[in-house]
Write a protein that binds this ligand. Sequence first.
Ligand SMILES: [Zn+2]
Ligand SMILES: [Zn+2]
Length: 370
Amino acid sequence: MRIVAAVANGAGVPFAIESVELAAPQRDEVVVRIEATGLCHTDLSVCDGSIPVPKFPCVLGHEGAGIVVERGTHVTNVAEGDHVVISFSACGDCAPCQAGRPASCDRFFSLNFSGRRTDGTSTLYRGDEAINGCFLGQSSFATHALVRGRDVVPVPRDLPLHVLAPLGCGVQTGAGAVLNYLRPQPGASLVVFGAGAVGLSAVLAARIAQCSPIIIVDFNSNRLGLGTEFGATHALNASEGPVVKRIRELTTGGVRFAVEASGSPTAVASAIECCRGSGAVALLGAPDFRASVTVPMRALSTGATIRWVMEGDSVPQTFIPQLIDLYRSGAFPFDRMIRCYDLTQINQAAADCRSGATIKAVLSMAHMRA
Ligand SMILES: [Zn+2]
Ligand SMILES: [Zn+2]
């Protein structure tokens, strides 16, 4: 079918709104009419060339939300007309998937970053040219996306899809790192580096987990202010002096849990340095794959656990409904981070995210059907 997509044609090149062809669904796939898609930092990292996959040209976008309009013969978990949020893709068959850890799927890379289906076929064509799709199992910077049925999460119809879209990656990454991986006891100290959508979602989750103190670190005073409104007890502007020293003072020697959500090598080092022995550091920020991190050896001798946590260690089919329940209860007001744009304004949205003016941009496709 003919669809409209924002195509990324090269590193540093603006998105181009183009008409492309979406392949027919295979038996385990659905076609989702995308209503809205969040813009996540990983999309920008691919555009900047700091994450070198998939190859250009490609269609990015991995926080899609929409309505199922067609399904393959083997799809049974959703039907036409269902509202869905699309999350990352996992195979369902490997040992980690079987153990209930789809974010650690053995085939995570090929399913989410290869640009093709696992059988090598493309889902998107520009004329006779196959272009890369399947980004995080969806490529949802488009009016429609082809998704494996097992990677969509049915959601209630009474909530707006432009609000629910960021649950598919950024929000579940930040909240899941705290609620699924770190699992702090009430009263445990926790610091979050980076007051973007991922970091602020971690702050909201830390408040739900009753952490204390909750420290947020960033350079942007507006974002730090929202962090305080979301439950941070201390907001540290990284431009105002040594961060590690101040965190140690606030936590009498070192913090129990650190969440690194900025992707900055300096912040990764600080997160490790400020953590006390027997603590844990969760690394979430999309890094520049060309960068290195330097950490003093003494910081590694404390015994703290340091782990990259993919997608908040989430099982999207259960964790996203859990986050929706928390949102309804008022405990998880992640919608306050959202600013909406039309899909055709994607380059402005990307610029606003890079500058820090917008925390979570959500692109709406509604105007393309008007
Ligand atoms: Zn798997
Ligand atoms: Zn993401």
